[in-house]
Ligand binder design. Structure first.
Ligand SMILES: [Zn+2]
Length: 276
């Protein structure tokens, strides 16, 4: 069970308890209700963590015309942040909000500390072959997932590690490993669904995609055991057309809109899965 599911489950149970205490009994027994029924609390807005890749001394990929990956992905992250906030359904935080260097593990740690519901890392790629172009979406590979689970479970100092609401510090190595693996398996499935949703939404919105677009790799930034995460390569700065497109405001905004639609579809699908 992912932390996401668990949190929603707990919220649901709290809602039921409130109903039992103040709602049904009153209508069944008392002619004049003495307590005013509290309004149902609105669902907690989902926290989306956006990760504009690179920054500061690390410019990322460089285009033929000198475009820097770190600036392009920051512009698109800002657009996406605006898009997500506009609907009032999300809170949005960025792993970096200026042109500064943030280590990969630190990005994951920030999202975990904030209890993010979703992590989206934004990048632009580069290839030796200048003809290669199109977007692609990555999730954590199985080997990397297992490696991370073992490393986290075996870490000497895991005093602060909490998986699915359970502290790892008081568990022995085997139990810790199983807990991490269980949580990570759920998260990996959620992440893969998220990646497929992004690929579909990009397809519907005319965003050019690489063949075999959803790929798996060992990106350090995708290693959070309990936050569904995907890394999106928005195009190739080593390709003239892609480089141009990635700097055009209109294209940046339409990429942000396609990503916002993907986030909407992801949360709609996970809500539907829980109801089924
Ligand atoms: Zn990158």
């Amino acid at each position: 069970m992912s932390a996401l599911h668990r949190r929603d489950l707990l919220a649901g149970l709290a809602g039921l308890a409130a109903l039992g205490a103040g709602g049904l009994d009153v209508w069944a027994n008392a002619p004049t209700p003495k307590t005013v029924k509290k309004p149902t609390p609105l669902p907690r807005p989902k926290l989306v963590f956006l990760d504009p890749g690179h920054g500061g001394r690390d410019p990322g990929a460089l285009g033929l015309r000198g475009t820097q990956e770190k600036s392009v992905v920051m512009a698109i992250a800002r657009d996406l942040q605006k898009e997500l906030l506009a609907g009032g359904r999300y809170r949005v935080l960025l792993t970096r909000s200026t042109d500064n260097f943030v280590a990969l593990r630190e990005r994951v740690a920030r999202a975990q500390a904030a209890k993010a519901d979703l992590f989206l890392s934004l990048h632009a790629d580069s290839h030796d072959n200048p003809d290669v172009r199109g977007a692609s979406v990555y999730t954590l590979s199985e080997e990397a997932t297992d490696r991370e689970a073992a490393a986290l479970a075996a870490r000497e100092n895991r005093a602060d590690a909490v998986i699915a609401g359970m502290k790892l510090s008081d568990k022995d190595d085997n139990v810790a490993r199983t807990l991490v693996a269980m949580s990570q398996r759920g998260t990996v499935n959620d992440s893969r669904r998220l990646a497929d949703t992004i690929v579909q939404t990009f397809g519907h919105n005319g965003v050019r995609l690489l063949p075999r677009t959803h790929r798996q790799a060992g990106f350090a930034v995708l290693t959070s055991p309990d936050i569904p995460a995907a890394l999106v390569e928005l195009g190739y700065l080593s390709n003239r057309q892609d480089e141009k497109l990635l700097t055009v405001r209109q294209h940046q905004v339409s990429l942000a809109r396609a990503l916002r639609a993907s986030v909407d579809a992801h949360f709609a699908a996970s809500a539907a899965t829980r109801k089924a």
